[in-house]
Design a protein around this ligand. Structure first.
Ligand code: COA
Ligand code: AMP
Length: 642
């Protein structure tokens, strides 16, 4: 039996023994009573009765254990020309002080803090300061518009919001404070205070009595110690697109999270404590939570916080510079970053000027890695390139080639085999396993391993959060978590994740709901009906495409309406939606029962073969749609040019 098979088998056969052993690596102030608490199955809890502090495990423990002078975090910001390194001791001290600032504003155990910040060290400090106090952070990605931020503020009900005066996107400075002010204005829940980091690129005007200046507040604060919390207490809430316009509040606990992430660092990513690990993502996404902040720090690794882009800051060699300068052993990013680098530097010439000899592995996730990109990265870098599959809900990878256990052969297009703890199945509509190689709905047998999501956030009523978890994810096939992804498992046990089963699309590795965009389009006064689909894009993987039908009598130039809905999506959801293209048609293709044939429109736009659905109301509409899409350059050529 291979090493992987052995570990995998044991993780499923003896999950409690397996994870209890891993939990010995975490510092507990009170040991758990139950490793796996199944008293409320299908809702499970890990390590119930146990108490710990996640910030203590991420920082103080290393300071006390001999890593005080090791860099914990290296902030590399080509957009500001800054590189700053924080040792574990320095980061612990910054965090303890900011915990004092938060405590001074009344933040304590269980209180929520919304963090709306660019990729600056203070974002990490704010997250860890919440963890230190037992408060619950909810980070909102900077590319979301005020309305989306307001929805999250209303749901999380934070006592305090932490933000910065601006973000820097490539060459552009984006003032954050007006976005924050607008969000607070439209939110029904009002936080007590906001703490704003003033950045030189654009300082913000602060409102006395409500806004505090980060540095002034820190200068007046006293450091705070770690507060032990229950293993099952929430560490954070991270909102993610669901099937409706309302995002879901994915909750992460303290105990299971610390245990699982600690384990993944060596076993999946193959790094040893002390080595540098870089997740080129954003703290606003789950990858940023797990692998910019918590995973590396829990394991005693140096984490890189990169404020820049793969290209343009200043060029397509930026990643290689960062790897060489900071001796990064493992990089984790999204395939889209590699597609954009490949487009600018197809020969990989900018790699050759950097010493990449210490670089060991590249991990990719966020979307399926197309075999071309995988092959290009492998051949240029000469290291294993590992596609692995995960979700905001799962917090760490469902499937991966666990390089720290055993390097399995790479199959391009597959996210490899289930990680230990994950019993992955491809199921038919009746909930039965399909044959190897046959496509089904991808599900995971319960219980999910530690570090996943024990519940969905409900500020009013915890039990209601559990019910929402069951309704949204655990009720399709009893005893299983429905991932929302479809794909197949081949005869060798490799999992191929091919598509979503719902309206979620992946744009540049960012998860977005087309349903939410349709809500914005439908609210336009001249739009009678609409559909949004995710069409293939050579760089971003997918981009949204809107198809609109105008109201009878709307005497409008279609181009004007298109421009207006593009503006509306940017204003209401945010630039991250990357909604830039729409077309006006006379009618939408529908089934006889009135269901819009989004999938067929998507295939027409992508130029892939499709069968006219037998249930279509009027097949002639497809010819009209084909003509309208051709008018805006669809299908595109494989290079992405129209
Ligand atoms: N604050 C404000 N605006 C933001 C933002 C932030 N934090 N992040 C993105 N945006 C804006 C961008 O500036 C862009 O605006 P524009 O329409 O005015 O140009 C828009 O949101 C879309 O952003 P994005 O889809 O990221 O496109 P991009 O062209 O700026 O960059 C990539 C494309 C591929 C370089 C970039 O998406 C990338 O590096 N992705 C890989 C890493 C990653 O983040 N993965 C996430 C999960 S692992
Ligand atoms: P997010 O919650 O933003 O991490 O997005 C999760 C979704 O991204 C998954 O449900 C998949 O649809 C997609 N995804 C992430 N990683 C992969 C991968 N390696 N292969 C295929 N799809 C992926």
């Amino acid at each position: 039996m291979s090493a992987y098979d052995d570990v995998y088998r044991r993780s499923l056969a003896e999950p409690e023994e397996f994870w209890a052993e891993v939990a010995e690596n975490v510092h507990w102030t009170t040991r758990w009573d139950r490793v796996l608490d199944d008293r409320r199955a299908p809702v499970y809890r890990w390590f119930s009765g146990g108490e710990l502090n996640t910030c203590y495990n991420a920082l103080d423990r290393h300071v006390e254990g001999g890593r005080a002078e090791q860099p914990a975090l290296i902030y590399d910001s080509p957009v500001t020309g800054n590189v700053r390194s924080f040792t574990f001791r320095e980061l612990r001290d910054e965090v303890a002080l900011f915990a004092g600032v938060l405590a001074g504003q009344g933040v304590g155990r269980g209180d929520r803090v919304v963090i709306y910040m660019p990729m600056v060290p203070e974002a990490v400090v704010a997250m860890l300061a919440c963890a230190r106090l037992g408060a619950v952070h909810s980070v909102v990605f900077g590319g979301f518009a005020p309305a989306e931020l307001a929805v999250r503020i209303n749901d999380a009900r934070p006592r305090v919001v932490v933000s910065a005066s601006c973000g820097i996107e490539g060459q552009r400075v984006i003032p954050y404070k007006p976005l924050l002010d607008k969000a607070i204005e439209i939110a029904t829940h009002k936080p007590d205070a906001s703490i704003v980091l003033q950045r030189e690129a654009a300082r913000a005007e602060l409102t006395p009595g409500f806004d505090l200046d980060w540095h002034e507040a820190a200068a007046a604060a006293k450091p705070r110690d770690c507060v032990p919390v229950a293993a099952t207490d929430p560490l954070y809430i991270l909102y993610t697109s669901g099937t409706t316009g309302v995002p879901k509040g994915v909750v992460r606990d303290n105990g299971g999270h610390a245990v699982a992430l600690y384990w993944t660092m060596r076993n999946i990513y193959g790094v040893e404590p002390g080595e540098a690990f870089w997740a080129a993502s954003d703290v606003g996404w789950v990858v940023g939570h797990s692998y910019i902040v918590y995973g590396p720090l829990l394991h005693g690794n140096t984490t890189i916080l990169y404020e820049g882009k793969p290209v343009g800051t200043p060029d397509a060699g930026a990643f290689w510079r960062v790897i060489a300068e900071h001796d990064v052993k493992v990089l984790f990013t999204a395939p889209t970053a590699f597609r954009v680098i490949k487009k600018e530097d197809p020969e990989g010439r900018l790699m050759s000027v950097h010493d990449l000899s210490g670089f060991r592995y590249l991990f990719l996730a966020g979307e399926r890695c197309d075999p071309d990109t995988l092959g290009w990265a492998e051949s240029r870098l000469g290291v294993p390139v590992i596609d692995h599959w995960w979700q905001t809900e799962t917090g760490w990878s469902i499937c991966a080639n666990c390089l720290g256990i055993e390097q399995l052969p790479v199959k391009p297009g597959s996210a490899a085999r289930p990680a230990p703890g994950w019993d992955v199945r491809a199921l038919d509509s009746g909930g039965r396993d399909v044959e190897p190689g046959e496509t089904g709905s991808l599900a995971v047998r319960l219980p999910l391993p530690p570090g996943t999501f024990p519940t969905l956030w409900n500020a009013e009523d915890k039990a209601a959060g559990d019910d929402q978890l069951v309704d949204s994810y655990l009720s399709d096939v009893p005893g299983h978590y429905t991932t929302g992804d479809a794909g197949y498992v081949d005869s060798g046990g490799y999992v191929f994740v091919m598509a979503r089963t719902d309206d979620i699309i992946n744009v540049a590795g960012h998860r977005l709901s087309t349903g939410a965009m349709e809500e914005v389009l439908a609210a336009h006064p001249d739009v009678a009906e609409c559909a949004v689909t995710g069409v293939a894009d050579a760089i971003k993987g997918q981009i949204p495409l809107g198809v609109l039908v105008l109201k009878d009598g709307a005497e409008r130039d279609p181009d004007d309406v298109v421009a207006e809905v593009v503006r509306d999506v940017r204003a209401k959801i945010g630039p991250v939606a990357a909604f830039k293209t729409a077309v006006v048609v006379d009618r939408l293709p529908k089934t006889r029962s009135g269901k819009i044939l989004r999938g067929t429109m998507q295939k027409i736009a992508d130029g892939t073969d499709y069968k006219t659905p037998a249930t279509i109301d009027d097949p002639r509409i497809l010819t009209e749609i084909t003509g309208a899409l051709a008018g805006i350059g669809y299908p595109r050529s494989p290079s992405g040019d129209s």
